[in-house]
Design a protein around this ligand. Sequence first.
Ligand SMILES: [Zn+2]
Length: 170
Amino acid sequence: MTPEQFQRVFPFVLDWIARTLAASAAKTKPVAALNFPRLPSFYSNDLLARAKVAFVDQCPTPPLSALGLNQFGEFEKMNASGMTYLDTYFILWREAERESLHFHELVHVVQWQVLGPERFLALYADGLEKQGYRNSPLEVMAYDHEARFKSTGEPYAVEAAVRQQLEAFL
Ligand SMILES: [Zn+2]
């Protein structure tokens, strides 16, 4: 995707995100309200109070093909277990109890916050296009932290760690 293409599509995607979040606002709740046992040892109370979650039958994805971005067709159809936009993430009902998935999506919430929407979307789209979903840098970061969360009981400050990793992209 060229920078010109990105600049053309970015306002539409941002608008789609705003409308999607507004439409689901009534069914979101703060992550803190779910009372997961381990998340508070890894994330600040502030983040857990601010980040919101909505449980859905299908995670919404922006209509990228309709915007002329056919290279993301696979991503649109991949039926993800979770998907994060700004400070809100969507999770499939059947995965609602999986704490490590919430942990993963919270990494994305931090990424959105640190990078800002334009840089997040540009980086995410670039990674998706060049490396594919699983190997895109922002996903690798989220999966690596998720793996650390699952493998060790040792708490650490995820927000600070992610922030530091993202400095390479700022
Ligand atoms: Zn992810």
